[in-house]
Design a protein around this ligand. Structure first.
Ligand SMILES: Cc1cc2nc3c(=O)[nH]c(=O)nc-3n(C[C@H](O)[C@H](O)[C@H](O)COP(=O)(O)OP(=O)(O)OC[C@H]3O[C@@H](n4cnc5c(N)ncnc54)[C@H](O)[C@@H]3O)c2cc1C
Ligand code: FES
Length: 295
């Protein structure tokens, strides 16, 4: 069972369905894991902000695949890009099953899916993340700072940001993950916890507002991923201050390639009678401009 999934309507033509082998897994925080799957064709093509669907091929509970964002790509001992890393929190059936997997186990994976983040522009790129919503930003930051070139054909940036800041909010210290990876990539990490157990006490949205108010720290562009209420606040703040802002939605998805319409979101559309229209988050998204979304 491997090959293109492009026969299906709306599907990304280069997406492939493959059997991927577990290379390694490590626990990085409470209920939080980094999993590396060997799937060379997907790893070579995928770009920051894109995702893939993962399904257990050995059973039917859960029957459907689940979406996960690219954390980063990894190379074989010979130096060829051949694997994808992703970070996940255990919340239900598939993530519980994944947390018990061992090297050599297999999963069905299809991707790369979705539009991913746009090429960043120059200046100060601020990444605002809540909870496990930080995972797409490692690849975004590494690409923006020239540490890695993703995609096939390779996506080359015309303009590079001068600096990249990650404002990262979690509930408590025991859920903080991947900070060392972000710092090693040259990203300035600013942390908040809801209970004050690590970093600043409070919500991550305050860090964005402070940066805007400071003048010299004002972001030129904002990318955001996390719980929907937090993304709505970030989007509103950026629109109010005329800062381009892109939100990566985590809408529940059944197929991931445009066939089932389980993932639709409302986008402003001046041509429609209602002033808005439905778009599929898995194909037209999951990344949308904040000023186009109705959350
Ligand atoms: C584009 C995209 C990228 C994602 N990337 C990541 C990632 O990198 N890491 C990660 O940990 N998670 C990510 N998610 C969320 C992830 O897909 C869900 O956590 C996963 O589907 C849970 O599967 P499960 O079988 O373990 O849980 P289930 O048994 O399906 O559900 C457990 C509980 O979680 C709720 N739930 C399931 N999916 C979602 C969702 N999308 N939003 C809100 N509640 C949900 C269910 O309603 C239920 O209450 C992403 C989602 C999308 C759409
Ligand atoms: S998940 Fe099926 S159309 Fe988007």
């Amino acid at each position: 069972m491997s090959g293109p999934v492009a026969e299906l309507p709306g599907c990304i033509p280069t997406a492939e369905r493959v059997v991927a082998t577990v290379v390694e897994q490590e626990q990085v925080a409470r209920d939080t894991y980094r999993l590396r799957l060997r799937c060379p064709s997907i790893a070579r093509q995928i770009r920051p902000g894109q995702f893939f669907m993962v399904r257990d091929p050995h059973g039917d509970d859960p029957l459907l695949g689940r979406p996960f964002a690219l954390l980063d790509v990894a190379a074989s001992e010979g130096g060829e890009i051949d694997s994808v890393d992703f970070g996940y929190v255990v919340v239900g059936k598939l993530t519980t099953l994944m947390s018990r997997c061992q090297p050599g186990d297999t999963f069905e994976v299809w991707g790369p899916l979705g539009n991913g983040f746009p090429k960043p522009t120059g200046g100060h790129l601020m990444l605002v993340a809540g909870g496990i919503g930080q995972t797409p930003f490692l690849a975004v930051g590494r690409e923006a700072l020239g540490r890695h070139v993703y995609g096939d054909p390779q996506r080359v940036l015309v303009e590079k940001p001068d600096r990249v800041t990650l404002c990262y909010g979690v509930k408590s210290e025991d859920l903080v993950s991947f900070v060392d990876d972000f710092e090693q990539a040259g990203i300035d990490v600013r942390l908040t916890t809801d209970d004050g157990s690590k970093g600043r006490y409070g919500f991550v949205t305050e860090l964005l507002k402070e940066a805007i108010a400071s003048g010299s720290d004002r972001p030129d562009e904002v990318f955001c991923c996390g719980p929907e209420p937090m993304m709505a606040r970030v989007g509103e703040t950026c629109v109010e201050h005329d800062i381009p802002c892109w939100l990566s939605l985590e809408s529940p998805m059944a197929c991931g390639f445009g066939a089932c319409f389980s993932c639709v979101v409302r986008l402003r559309d001046d041509e429609s009678e209602t002033g808005w229209d439905y778009k599929r988050s898995c194909v037209e998204g999951p990344v949308f401009r904040a000023d186009s979304l109705i959350l």
